[in-house]
Design a protein around this ligand. Structure first.
Ligand SMILES: C[S@@+](CC[C@H](N)C(=O)[O-])C[C@H]1O[C@@H](n2cnc3c(N)ncnc32)[C@H](O)[C@@H]1O
Length: 282
């Protein structure tokens, strides 16, 4: 598996610089959680990226490497659709790990994620981002997709009541084999999150269209021993101290008691929860 630490450092540097320049507005997002329309706030996108990007990119690298092992030598080209892609850490994970397997990636998100402009430029033409809600898909729209990705997004899609519709569009495919790279928002414990259960909606729709899988839908993984530091899982993982957020005014306001800005980024596998599923027609 390839974890591109140089790339992650560049991302952190760009987002950190931009976030530091907006210090005066930090308190506006101090109580914000990663959910709903909060992703629309540009300042929150910067904070979200600083906190989660390295850990999530690592998790998607694990999934991309697992996909490579299954498809290598069997596909000339893979069509990938990612739902709730954000700034698309999963695209970079696929790019870095699908070694030799060509792919076309389309990432869909109902937020514009304008902070994408702080990412290193993508030189290949296999990437596109669609500002699009999955509720607007129509039957047939996803017929050419081989790999579906839910990158920490299925809970948000379900919360908007659109999961059943998306499941039906996916399940109406004419493909004989499709893959799912699922990564769930973990509850921080060893037990599977309620988030993971949402995939049953997709599984049931696929079953009713004659798909089966020999992968275990009811289990998800975290790499290594539970609670392990990400550096112990992937030697190249590194979160430079200079990119951690510190605030000169810490402790001066009531808001500081539950501040979500001065918070450590994800550094352990406690928030990993992933599975790769391969479905074929019976
Ligand atoms: C937890 S974030 C994950 C972002 C990104 N995949 C990552 O790994 O950092 C969930 C994303 O799903 C998006 N989302 C939620 N419901 C959606 C829908 N129905 N259609 C498209 N995007 C959706 C949100 O806007 C948000 O960007």
């Amino acid at each position: 598996m390839i974890y591109n630490a140089q790339f992650v450092n560049e991302v952190l540097e760009n987002f950190h610089n931009s976030f530091m320049a907006k210090k005066r507005r930090w308190c506006d997002i101090a109580s914000i959680e990663p959910e709903g329309s909060n992703y629309k706030k540009k300042l929150y996108q910067l904070l979200y990226t600083l906190r989660y990007f390295p850990a999530y990119y690592l998790e998607y690298c694990v999934l991309a490497d697992a996909l490579r092992q299954r498809v290598s030598g069997k596909y000339n080209n893979l069509n990938v659709a990612s739902f709730g892609c954000g700034i698309c850490p999963d695209y970079y994970a696929l790019k870095d790990n699908l070694a030799g397997v060509k792919f076309q990636y389309v990432g869909y998100d109902r937020c514009e994620w304008s902070s994408q402009k702080y990412l290193p430029e993508i030189s290949s033409n296999n990437f596109s981002f669609e500002f699009f809600t999955t509720d607007s898909f129509e039957l047939g729209d996803l017929d050419d997709v081989d790999v579906f990705v839910f990158p920490k997004s299925i809970g948000d899609i379900a919360a908007g009541d659109g999961l059943e519709h998306l499941a039906n569009v996916i399940a109406s495919t004419k493909k004989e084999k499709i893959f799912f790279l699922n990564s769930y928002v973990s509850n921080g414990s060893e037990n599977m999150s309620s988030n993971a259960g949402y995939f049953n909606v997709v599984h049931n729709a696929l079953e009713s269209e004659g798909f089966i899988t020999s992968d275990k839908v009811s289990t998800a993984q975290y790499k290594g021993k539970f609670g392990a530091g990400l550096r112990s899982i992937e030697y190249n993982f590194c979160y430079p101290e200079k990119f951690l957020i510190t605030c000169d005014n810490q402790g001066t306001k009531t808001l500081c008691g539950h501040c979500g800005v001065v918070k450590r980024p994800v550094m352990t596998n406690r928030f990993m929860e992933y599975q790769i599923l391969e479905y074929v027609r019976e």
